[in-house]
Design a binder for this molecule. Structure first.
Ligand SMILES: *Cc1c(COP(=O)(O)O)cnc(C)c1O
Length: 425
């Protein structure tokens, strides 16, 4: 008997449940066979420019040889070991390296597997910190239009809406500050503190960009104001840098725009260069000290099976080693190209709010505020895909967030496709 050829599309239709996908509407997904640099190649050999870094993870480029080699070598040496009671060189080296490069004071590194868990850990550390100190501070403060992930704690601090509605009555309550793009968020926190100062455990923010909430870029001055105010009242500040970390907004971390150090910082997405799932939560020594004790009840009882996975740590170290002058130049090239494109796009009839921060370009298409389910996004996505460009608008918000190896030619093709689509609207 000869083996049946494998029908990928048929088996996918039959067995796979894809993320953020309405299978009742979605067509067959595109099967990708391999990737290199800024390009994905489908099973027919067609090249697709990955203008969104495959959901914001790919950092230097797909299949970057230095990272691939580091992973292969680590996999042959030590692929995994329990991280409680045991340790290993890539895990310790990475913690030291993150502590060295992060904003001052973030000296302790707790590993997990993804962005949502990095946020869960930060929120749990913040709440237990006050518990361990014997103070009743239980309230977490978050921003309107925030997105912090899809697990329950992360959903609780994220904006409520389409994504969270089915679970609304199972999410813990948080206090909301208004969207910092349109409102004085520092004044709002001041008012909240005046009412409930002694109850507030922590404020969590996505520094500089509310990303999944629509690439909403907010002022560094407001971020600095939040830091000043939280510090003055002993309130913890959690910076969710899951998207903004590792150079996406220009500097290595978005907190650097405001020259601030948070008490906790969440990292994931680009941390391994986009090769393997991984997360890290960085904390100050002051937080760590509140858990260190002879009393077992003060332990942080949290840990994932793959915490500190050596392969992920090796990938992250290899990715960090690529952050030299060349990487900075590439990020600058992307930012300059984005800035030129933003002024060109802003002149088009159906474009509004064109904005750039580092390697991120965003704008709104057509009538504003039609939400995540707006039809214009999917239409542009299809139009761009037909031209070999991967875009995935967030409702009416179109953005480019390319890997750092993207060339000016790659970007120009994407800008041109967007302009062509927009003019035909
Ligand atoms: C994507 C994202 C998360 C969630 O990360 P996952 O790895 O998808 O769980 C959390 N915070 C921010 C700011 C993000 O952009």
């Amino acid at each position: 008997m000869t083996a049946q050829p494998f029908d990928l599309a048929e088996a996918d239709r039959r067995h796979v449940w894809h993320p953020y996908t309405q299978h009742g509407i979605a067509g067959d997904p595109i099967a990708i066979a391999r990737a290199s640099g800024a390009y994905l190649y489908d099973t027919n050999g067609r090249a697709i420019f990955d203008a969104i870094s495959s959901w914001w993870v790919t950092l230097h480029g797909h299949a970057q040889p230095e990272i691939a080699d580091a992973i292969a070598e680590q996999a042959r040496t030590l692929e995994q070991v329990i991280f409680a009671g045991f340790t290993h060189e890539p895990g310790v080296r990475l913690a030291a390296e993150l502590a060295r490069r992060a904003p001052a004071g973030l000296q302790r590194v707790f590993y997990s597997d993804n962005g949502s868990t990095a946020v869960e850990v930060a929120v749990k550390i913040a709440l237990q910190y006050w518990q361990n100190r014997g103070e009743r501070r239980r309230l977490v403060v978050a921003l309107e239009n925030a997105y912090h992930g899809d697990t329950f704690g992360a959903m609780s601090v994220s904006a409520r809406g389409l994504f969270t509605d089915p679970f609304a009555d199972h999410l813990f309550e948080v206090a909301r500050l208004p969207d910092p793009v349109e409102h004085d968020v520092v004044a709002a926190l001041e008012r909240l503190i005046a009412e409930r100062a002694g109850e507030i455990a922590a404020v969590i923010v996505e520094p500089m960009v509310l990303a999944a909430g629509g690439m909403r870029m907010w002022p560094a001055q407001a971020l600095a104001g939040l830091r000043e105010l939280t510090a003055a009242h002993g309130i913890l500040l959690i910076a969710d840098e899951v998207l903004t970390g590792f150079g996406r907004t220009g500097p290595l971390f978005a907190c650097e725009h405001a020259g601030i150090s948070p008490d906790l910082m969440c990292l994931s997405k680009g941390i391994t260069g986009g090769f393997v799932p991984f997360g890290a939560t960085l904390a100050t020594e002051q937080l760590f000290a509140a858990f260190r004790s002879e009393d077992r009840k003060r332990t942080l009882f949290h840990g994932h099976s793959y915490a500190g996975n050596p392969i992920a740590c090796a990938a992250a170290l290899a990715s960090l080693a690529l952050f030299g002058d060349r990487c900075a130049e590439r990020r600058c090239t992307i930012e300059r190209a984005h800035l030129r494109a933003a002024s060109r796009l802003a002149a088009l009839p159906n474009v509004s709010g064109a904005r750039v921060l580092g390697t991120i370009l965003a704008f709104e298409l057509g009538a504003p505020d039609r939400g995540y389910l707006s039809g214009v996004g999917p239409a542009l996505r299809t139009f761009a895909l037909d031209r070999g460009i991967l875009l995935r608008p967030l409702g009416d918000t179109v953005y480019l967030l390319p890997p750092y190896c993207a060339t000016e030619d790659d970007l120009a093709r994407a800008y041109d496709a967007i302009a062509e689509f927009t003019e035909a609207l």
